[in-house]
Design a protein around this ligand. Sequence first.
Ligand code: HEC
Ligand code: HEC
Ligand code: HEC
Ligand code: HEC
Length: 126
Amino acid sequence: MLRVLTAICMVMLMSIPAANAMKIKDHHQEIMTGDNGKVECSACHGDAKRKTIPDASVCESCHGSVEDIAELTKRPADAGHDVEPNPHDSLHYGTDLPCTYCHMEHKESKVYCNQCHEFEYPDMKR
Ligand code: HEC
Ligand code: HEC
Ligand code: HEC
Ligand code: HEC
């Protein structure tokens, strides 16, 4: 049993892509590619050797404050129930949800709200 588990772990380790092979989103490709043609991991991960999930402050340094972002996706005041709610300023969480609850970089993005709701957000770049 232990041997089988070890084998599985080895396979999993080997399938982790080499550091600079991490794929990023098309919409970030241009701005995050350095003069050497490589993705600048530091643009989101800083200089730390051990990369961790970036804080909202990293995203905000380019995209503006959470209030600015909420403003971009503001719904008309008279929007009815058929208009999906502003994901950046929601009933339950206001503007407090970390960006990376929804916007992934190296895998498909998801809508955190959809643990409980069924929003579609067709304009979201996944
Ligand atoms: C170095 C600046 C920079 C950083 C840091 C950055 N972005 Fe971006 N992002 C851009 C630029 C430039 C674009 C393409 C132009 C645009 O759509 O604003 C973009 C595009 C996007 C888009 C697509 C926008 C659309 O049109 O639908 C999303 C979503 C996004 N970024 C989220 C994030 C998140 C989340 C983070 C943090 C993990 C982040 N960005 C960090 C510069 C940045
Ligand atoms: C609850 C999920 C969720 C969270 C958390 C979230 N977003 Fe979004 N984001 C979305 C969705 C959904 C869209 C598509 C917009 C729409 O439908 O109006 C979007 C769109 C965007 C866009 C494009 C807006 C435009 O219309 O030009 C940017 C930029 C963006 N998000 C950045 C961020 C940043 C930065 C954070 C953190 C401060 C963040 N988002 C947090 C779900 C989320
Ligand atoms: C545009 C911002 C951005 C860039 C550029 C970026 N990352 Fe990431 N990275 C993220 C986000 C957001 C996450 C959170 C999980 C996800 O979205 O896939 C993450 C997660 C990771 C993780 C897992 C961390 C954990 O604790 O789960 C690793 C490892 C990583 N990135 C490596 C890299 C490498 C290597 C590069 C350069 C090739 C890079 N990243 C470039 C945004 C970025
Ligand atoms: C843990 C479960 C859960 C999550 C996650 C969640 N919600 Fe909700 N939400 C509920 C419940 C329960 C209600 C109240 C019952 C109802 O009205 O459907 C509700 C109600 C709402 C309503 C009012 C519904 C109406 O018809 O007026 C809105 C708008 C809403 N949520 C938006 C969001 C958004 C946006 C997100 C993500 C940013 C989100 N919710 C995430 C559980 C959740």
